[in-house]
Design a protein around this ligand. Sequence first.
Ligand code: MG
Length: 418
Amino acid sequence: MREAKSGTPFVWGKKASIDKVLFSLMLLCFLVISAWSRNPVSLFGDLSVKNKRIVDKNGDPVQLRGMSLFWSQHGHRFWNANVVKWLRDDWKIDVIRAPMGVMDEEGVGYISEPNIHKTYVNRVVQGALEHGVYVIIDWHDHAAHKYTTQAKQFFSEMAQEYGDTPNVIYEIYNEPEYVDWNTVKNYANQVISSIRAHDPDNLILVGTPEWSQQLDQAINNPISGTNIVYTFHFYANSHSGIRWQLENAIGKIPVFVTEWGGCNYDGNGYFNTGETNNWLRLMWDNKISWCKWSIMAKDETSAALKVGASSQGGWTSSDLSESGKFIRTYLRGNTKIELPICQERPKGIRLYMSDKEIHLFTGEGAVAKAATLYNLQGRNIVNMHSAGKGHFTIQRKALKPGVWIVRTGEQAVKFLVK
Ligand code: MG
């Protein structure tokens, strides 16, 4: 305004208006860019367990989706903040998992080189804090109970360092191999105490026997404590036969699928997109969080990257393997599920509508334990569980007039509510 006195008021006034407009445009651009940067942690906040599910800061069930890095002994070149940022921005992850190798077959890992592996973990955690991503600190071993003393020390340090942040999730036993549940529990109780001495509330994940597949043992004999979650792992080309373990756990214990792949359990073999979609749909329907194995450049089906991919992110399509392309596409695009294909005469489903209720009977093939109701936008409206006879009831007044879809297993049927 001072300059306006010595110049032409009209001109300087106009200049001030232009400046204001330019400033407003810059502010708008900044706000738009800020809004575009996803920040899952500010969105969901502190996680906890409520009604046997993982919930967000508002107490609403939440599904976190993301990627696991690869064993720290071999995959550490990707353990950095640039990769975390790239995966958040380009792959739209909510969570990253840092599988810190404890002791591999060559005797290498945290036990032999604690400071090196702790440095790798800290790099990933710092990246996650900086970029608003959840991070799982994973004690990656098949016989973790043999290193209870070291695990207690390590997680005590992590809890002191990061227990006040909403980002950090502790995974204290990756995959108990030939270890019974009581041994896992005994180990878990000790490590949980070490964490809870410094951090009363962040999620603690515990593996289940036989490579984290025996959820039923945890259902029958759960660990007492706050915000304890159990882990389940599957590889889609090997493990269709244990999907019942995950289905059976829904509503009984909270579960986080911290590791899964679309191929064989050894990371190789055929990438089975059909079975992968079945698992993804089950996890989507029930808001079960997951991390896919893995961010690694290796000639292996489960590795998302091709050999030679940059250690800092910025990957193009030619850097991604078949499984890498699949999961990036899913993470970026899948905000609603594909509508199930409806059959004219679905085998094993019978639907009866009375004035007040809609009854769904299953059982001609196999008695279904769960069914899902969708609207025509593909949004899952209700998950229904049957006590065992495969009979589900929906109150008719709960549904607006229109077309609805109900699915159980691979069978789906449309029906019209007038
Ligand atoms: Mg805390």
